[in-house]
Ligand binder design. Sequence first.
Ligand SMILES: NC(=O)C1=CN([C@@H]2O[C@H](COP(=O)(O)OP(=O)(O)OC[C@H]3O[C@@H](n4cnc5c(N)ncnc54)[C@H](O)[C@@H]3O)[C@@H](O)[C@H]2O)C=CC1
Ligand SMILES: O=C(O)[C@@H](O)C(=O)[C@H](O)[C@@H](O)CO
Length: 293
Amino acid sequence: MVFLSGGYRVKIYDNQPGQASRAIAEIRKQVEELQEAQMLRGNLSASEQLSQLSSHDDLSQALEGAFFVQECVFEELQAKQAVFQAVENHVGEDTVLSSSTSCLMPSNIFSLVQNPKRCLISHPVNPPYYVRLVELVPHPATLPTAMEMAFELMKEVGQAPVRLRREIDGFALNRVQYAIIAECWRLVKDNVISVKDIDLVMSEGLGMRYAFIGPIETMHLNAPNGLEDYLGRYREGMRRVLSSFGPTPEFDGEAAARINKEICEFIPSDQENLSARRERRDQLLMRLAKLKK
Ligand SMILES: NC(=O)C1=CN([C@@H]2O[C@H](COP(=O)(O)OP(=O)(O)OC[C@H]3O[C@@H](n4cnc5c(N)ncnc54)[C@H](O)[C@@H]3O)[C@@H](O)[C@H]2O)C=CC1
Ligand SMILES: O=C(O)[C@@H](O)C(=O)[C@H](O)[C@@H](O)CO
């Protein structure tokens, strides 16, 4: 949907028979609903965007003419390795091959690829149509031209790409996200705060600021004379609090059961309720994205 909004021809392949055509039906439904709600991205109408979309049960047909591949298969290393081995047989030397992986290292994913110079990670953030960040992470052999091409493509289709200078486990987004999750989990596990309230700490606290400015700029703006002033005021407190971070908590056992019970109390886990809350989330994210323009 993001690439369609940028006016590109998009060809979908899935190795489950019928899955790609089901995706087409779902995308058509969503694109038409977005246009109805005046939330459709890009300059083309829903019908113009959908005319650029096709599904294929044959991988070579799907790849014919492709200059960029966005792999989106299961988060399983062997599955991704097999996909890129197959894909490489049907594309030109210059076609950029990218993976959506959240956490698998590019040097592992592309380890079986003959020409890894054109391979990289382009990690979106769920839901990518409304959260525009894309992390571009190079394989050790990735050419700068491949990173540059992916960066320009993502900008062109309205995403917000960032570039990592080298691969690292979890990239940037999930390293930060998991550090936050670890401390939130610990505070709830240790009965310091409830699940609902720790989520409000983010959504009504840090998230309000981080929706517009990042952590470092927040520090810079939080003290009269900028970042150095902030560090002068809070360096000791930061050191003391950070030194209290114990080992990574276990995400299972009694704490997990209790936390799951609590979240299901304020977000009932019936599918209808979850779908309604996702729809509300997406509307708010789209309004926030428009506000930030
Ligand atoms: N959905 C999202 O918003 C985000 C997803 N990701 C990453 O994207 C990838 C996909 O995750 P989901 O979106 O949850 O998709 P999913 O796991 O729901 O679906 C994966 C699809 O890949 C297909 N597939 C599996 N093996 C295949 C093969 N060998 N050839 C062709 N198709 C194959 C399956 O039939 C299935 O339709 C994962 O690596 C995930 O970490 C990362 C960030 C955001
Ligand atoms: O929050 C995210 O989008 C990231 O942690 C991910 O990359 C995870 O894969 C997952 O949320 C994507 O569905």
